[in-house]
Every structure is written in structure tokens, then in C-alpha cells.
Design a protein around this ligand. Structure first.
Ligand code: PLP
Length: 455
């Protein structure tokens, strides 16, 4: 493609290094420049509308034009635009937000610590697993188990937790002492004739074997997303978490739930932990915490973890961790307003109401020649395209069908995420039934065009 000199696209190619982008392709194809948003739609430079079926990055829960969040930011900017939370300093927005998060936590939590991103939250979690075990006199108990296809971020430690090859390859990751257990994707990894329950039992048995092989005295933590997001929207099989949690309890392994995508209504309950009856010792959240209007993340720790931290920080003289922007007052004020709006507008009930329409609509695509599996719950879902429905054989990855579908969808005014040949949907939580129908119609057209492209 050729670009008008000095256009936004030309300048982007010349100056801007993009995350999660094929840099070579970008040099010739350039960016999609989004200039404004309204509700669940965003608009490009030419005014073309796109239904944002990913809410950005699984994140802009209140859509792209919520004025109350703007007002909350402006008000806080005028009052106290910045202050920190180191060395016993504090400010009301972070106090209020910590209190609020604790009050809505899925299990009793003791304290809340703030970061700026999901990656930083999970990085903090890794350090807390280590700090905790040093504090309780078990310095060997440091290994953390994540899962194949998990996504926990891209900082050095959180990328190590992430179980996707492209986040490790040529970055010299993962770091030591991070292990990856089985991916709980029934459609892909169950054996012939294995029920969901049997598959879950096998995975829990494998986790136990892994812990025994490593030595239970060396395994300190297990981290999981309730539904794996960036790994392909993988919903755990029935009884999976019940069996996994029993193994963790047996070997005294801290359970960390990453609610960065699933938190705040996405799965049809306030937390994914409630959807799957999870009892975390620590919980990380971000994204919909502020509807992503400003960067903020949080880690909640239970009383057991907190008490150990108190002892250790007293011994050392300080809990030597934190960021310049931890609990940034403007971000915290926007997050507080976001949580207030969720309550006022009954966002969880709204997801319970409209989620089934999206799920039913996506499942209708099972009749399409390209679609092998549809999965999801609430307002998170994925459609997986396969070459052969019966054998579940995938298309040759070199074909790049998923990426092609996403490109066709974009031309049709629909922004989705391709994860291999799975197409993910996590629209803003405020989406209406009519907008869901619009989303599904744009997807249907795109699937038909992808099929025609294959011929
Ligand atoms: N954890 C999960 C489950 C995520 O989906 C993501 C991002 O998509 C992260 C952590 C990392 O968050 P961030 O991109 O804010 O660092």
C-alpha cells in the first residue's frame, strides 16, 4: 500500500513501534487509525464505524464514550492530580477504592495493593508468593505453576507465567521456577470417549504428579484465569477447578486467580471466581476495573498472606515494592466511578440478560461449514474454525485463516481478535441485544466471505 506523505498512517509507520504486531507487515500495510468512539462502536479517520467486539483489549467495559468517567477524571485532576502511596502517604481515591474492592471481593480479602497494568499485577503476585514463603520460613517453596495457553502478561515474570510460545520465544523466557500444567481445553485435548469430568480428573491427577515430581516443598503457587482469554477463550471442563483446588490444598500451594479479563461481570457474575467457585488466596484484576479509561490494576491478598508480609516487612524494615503510580489518584477516581456505574446500572444483571443472546447467536454458527466449536459464557465467547468438523482437524496454520477472517471482519466493520483460528468476542458489557444482533450479522457475513476465499 502507498500512504499519503505526512498522513497519520505514514507517520505511524515512520515513528511508532507497535506492540503485538508483525513489524514487517506493518511497514507495508500500516495501521487502522481510530479517531473516536461512541458506545460499542469506534470510528476511523474516514468516519467508518466498527463494532468493537473485543471492547478494545477485552477491556472497555462501559464502551467508548462514558461521560461520567471523564468527569471523574477531570474532578480529580483539579483536586489532586498526583500523589503517591509510598512511605505511609495516602490519598482518598486509593483508600476508597481499596475499601470498595474488598467489599465486593469473591472471598474475604485483607488488603489491596495497586499497580498500573495486569502484567504488573501478576508480577507483584510472583514476588508476593516468594516473599510470603520467605516470611513463613519455607524459602524452598518458590515454584509457581501456571498452565499451557495461560495469559498473564508480558513483563519478565508475568510473561514467564504466560503459557504461549510467542511470549517466550527469543525473549529467553520463561525464567526459572515457573512451570506449566495442562491446558483445560476439552475440545482439543480430551481423549476419545473421555467425559468432561474424566478429563478434569486426569488434569488434576497430572497436576498432582507434577507437584510430587518437583517436590511439594518446592511448589509455592498456582495461578489461573477462570476462563483463559488470550489462549483462546477456553472454558474449563465441569468439575475442573473443584479438583484442582483440592490438589492445591493438599500440598499447601497458594491459589492465585487472575481476574484481569473475567472480573467485573464478564462471565455473568461479578467475578469469574464466583462462576467457577474459586477460593483464591490472591486475586489480580485490571482492565474493566477502570473500563480501561486509565491504567490501573489491583492485587487483593487474604489475611494469611498479609500477616506474613507484615512480619517480613517488620524484619527487613520495609516492604520494598511499589510503583510511582501505585494507586494513582486520577486512575483510582475513575475506577471508583466505574464500580459505582456497574452497581447503578446493574451491570452483572445486564450481562445475565444479554449474554445468552450472544451465546445462542454464536452457537448458531455451528451450522456454518467453517465452525467446529463455539465456547463461552456471559459476554465472553469464541468461535473456532476447523477444516474437518468430524475429526476436529485444524486448518494448516500457514493458511492464516483466523487472521484472514479478522481482516475480512474489519472490512465489514467488525473488530474481533483471531487466536489461531479461534475468533474471540468480548464486547463492552453495556452492549444491547440489538447491537449483539448487529455484531452477529457482521460476523456471519465475514464467515461466508472467508469460506468463499478458501474456495
Ligand atoms: N492477565 C490476563 C488474564 C490478561 O488477559 C492480560 C491482558 O490481556 C493480562 C493479565 C496483562 O494485562 P496488561 O496487558 O494490562 O499488562
Amino acid at each position: 500500500m502507498t500512504f499519503v506523505p505526512n498522513s497519520a498512517s505514514a507517520r505511524d509507520i515512520a515513528h511508532h513501534l507497535h506492540p503485538y504486531t508483525n513489524l514487517k507487515v506493518h511497514e507495508t500495510e500500516g495501521p487502522l487509525v481510530i479517531t473516536r468512539g461512541k458506545g460499542v462502536y469506534v470510528y476511523d479517520e474516514d468516519g467508518k464505524d466498527y463494532l468493537e467486539a473485543m471492547a478494545g483489549l477485552w477491556s472497555a467495559s462501559l464502551g467508548f464514550s462514558e461521560p461520567r468517567l471523564v468527569d471523574a477524571a477531570v474532578k480529580q485532576l483539579k483536586e489532586l492530580p498526583y500523589y503517591h502511596t509510598f512511605t505511609h502517604k495516602s490519598h482518598l481515591p486509593s483508600i476508597d477504592l481499596a475499601e470498595k474492592l474488598k467489599s465486593v471481593a469473591p472471598v474475604p480479602m485483607s488488603k489491596v495493593i495497586f499497580q498500573n497494568s495486569g502484567s504488573e499485577a501478576n508480577d507483584t503476585v510472583v514476588k508476593l508468593v516468594w516473599y510470603y514463603h520467605n516470611a513463613i520460613g519455607k524459602p524452598e517453596k518458590k515454584k509457581i505453576i501456571s498452565r499451557i495457553k495461560a495469559y498473564h502478561g508480558v513483563t519478565v515474570a508475568s510473561a514467564s507465567l504466560t503459557g504461549l510460545p510467542n511470549n517466550h520465544r527469543d525473549f529467553d523466557l520463561p525464567i526459572a521456577n515457573i512451570l506449566h500444567a495442562d491446558c483445560p481445553h476439552y475440545y482439543r485435548f480430551a481423549q476419545d470417549g473421555e467425559s468432561e469430568e474424566d478429563f478434569a480428573t486426569r488434569l488434576a491427577d497430572n497436576l498432582e504428579k507434577l507437584i510430587l515430581k518437583e517436590g511439594p516443598e518446592t511448589v509455592g503457587g498456582f495461578i489461573a484465569e477462570p476462563i483463559m482469554g488470550a489462549g483462546g477463550v477456553i472454558v474449563p471442563p465441569k468439575t475442573y477447578f473443584e479438583k484442582i483446588q483440592a490438589v492445591l490444598q493438599k500440598y499447601d500451594v497458594l491459589f492465585i486467580v487472575d481476574e484481569v479479563i473475567c472480573g467485573f461481570g464478564r462471565t455473568g457474575n461479578y467475578w469469574g471466581s464466583q462462576t467457577f467457585d474459586l477460593k483464591p488466596d490472591m486475586l489480580s484484576c485490571a482492565k474493566a476495573l477502570s473500563s480501561s479509561y486509565l491504567p490501573i490494576s489491583a492485587v487483593m491478598v487474604n489475611e494469611k498472606v498479609y500477616q506474613a508480609m507484615v512480619v517480613e516487612s517488620e524484619k527487613i524494615g520495609v516492604f520494598g515494592h511499589g510503583y510511582t503510580y501505585s494507586g494513582h489518584p486520577v486512575c483510582a477516581a475513575v475506577a471508583l466511578e466505574t464500580l459505582k456505574i456497574y452497581e447503578e446500572r446493574n451491570i452483572v444483571e445486564h450481562v445475565q440478560q444479554v449474554g445468552p443472546r450472544m451465546q445462542a447467536g454464536l452457537r448458531k454458527f455451528l451450522d456454518h461449514p467453517l465452525v467446529g466449536e463455539v465456547r463461552g459464557t456471559g459476554l465472553i465467547g469464541a468461535v473456532e474454525m476447523v477444516q474437518d468438523k468430524k475429526s476436529r482437524a485444524s486448518f494448516d496454520p500457514k493458511l492464516g485463516l483466523g487472521a484472514k477472517l479478522a481482516k475480512i471482519a474489519q472490512a465489514n466493520g467488525l473488530i474481533v481478535r483471531a487466536i489461531g483460528d479461534s475468533i474471540a468476542f468480548t464486547p463492552p458489557l453495556v452492549i444491547t441485544e440489538a447491537e449483539i444482533d448487529d455484531m452477529l450479522a457482521r460476523m456471519k457475513k465475514s464467515l461466508d466471505e472467508a469460506l468463499a476465499w478458501l474456495d
